[in-house]
Design a protein. Structure first.
Length: 293
């Protein structure tokens, strides 16, 4: 149980890098679609190479097909989430937008309780409530830019919805234990979903893809995703699910990432340290601790 929690916390730390990439793309008006496409291609190729050394899938044929489809759909949802996240960050505060989006952790938690018999213990419920309290406090931050007061809310909640669906789809392999899916195959299918949705929407884009100035972001996003997907995240989900605690996987990883973004915003973006942000950090770290008991 403890090794799984540690891996999920490391995942959250890696996800801070995703927030950094998206925020930088928002500030500098970089092409987030190309960044996602290029980094997903790098990760997918890396995953295919690693699958040579690790059998990717085992189990009943129908379940294998359903699992592959669900992880592929998770990649599509992840693409939409990051696309809308960037749009919201153009007008809103980085921390507030990230906090709203990451509150989608409640979706796989509820899925585990309602569909897969995860026990709603007092510690688990209290931990999630503490994390959500921290997110609410964090999200009350005012926008950094003088734009329309609520112009960022619609894309932020769109990112919330896409993130919630993606998390539920990505979490299914950890519950269907008769199917053994390698981390590399999961990562490959997620990135394939991202690449396919990018290619499907390219003809409808008003602007052509512009790779200028995006390569540092592509490298950083590829690196943090390879670390989290291949070595930390899926293994951590499997370990906590083996102990009947699959519902806490995403909350721990996302709670860690929210705390990390709070610290990054304070010390690197020089965001003022408000009472709400301090209380949010305390609530989130407390929630992670309580859920781990």
């Amino acid at each position: 149980m403890i090794p799984g929690i540690c891996l999920l916390i490391l995942t959250g730390i890696c996800w801070v890098g995703i927030a950094i990439v998206v925020n930088d793309a928002a500030k500098k008006r970089r092409d987030i679609d190309f960044i996602l496409f290029a980094s997903s291609s790098v990760i997918a190729v890396t995953a295919i190479g690693m699958m040579v050394f690790n059998p990717p899938l085992d189990g009943p044929p129908i379940r294998r097909l359903l699992i592959c489809i669900s992880v592929f759909l998770a990649g599509m949802g992840n693409y939409l989430m990051l696309k809308w996240l960037r749009r919201a960050m153009v007008q809103g505060n980085c921390g507030a937008v990230w906090g709203i989006t990451q509150s989608a952790l409640i979706c796989p938690f509820l899925m585990g309780l309602l569909l897969f018999g995860v026990k709603p213990t007092l510690c688990r419920i209290s931990g999630v409530l503490l994390i959500l309290t921290g997110i609410i406090l964090f999200s009350r931050t005012k926008p950094n830019r003088k734009r329309k007061a609520r112009g960022w809310l619609l894309p932020a909640f769109g990112a919330f919805a896409a993130s919630g669906l993606a998390q539920c789809f990505a979490n299914l392999p950890s519950y269907w234990t008769e199917i053994r899916m390698s981390n590399e195959l999961r990562a490959c299918l997620v990135q394939a979903g991202t690449v396919c949705l990018f290619l499907a929407t390219t003809p409808f884009r008003r602007k052509k893809s512009d790779p200028v100035g995006t390569w540092k972001s592509v490298v950083l996003l590829s690196l943090v995703q390879i670390l989290s997907l291949f070595f930390f995240f899926y293994r951590g989900l499997d370990l906590v699910a083996e102990h009947g605690c699959g519902a806490i996987g995403y909350p721990i990883a996302q709670g860690s990432s929210i705390a990390g973004v709070l610290l990054y915003s304070r010390f690197f973006l020089k965001t003022p340290c408000t009472l709400n942000s301090v209380l949010a950090l305390i609530a989130i770290c407390g929630g992670i601790t309580v859920m781990s008991l």
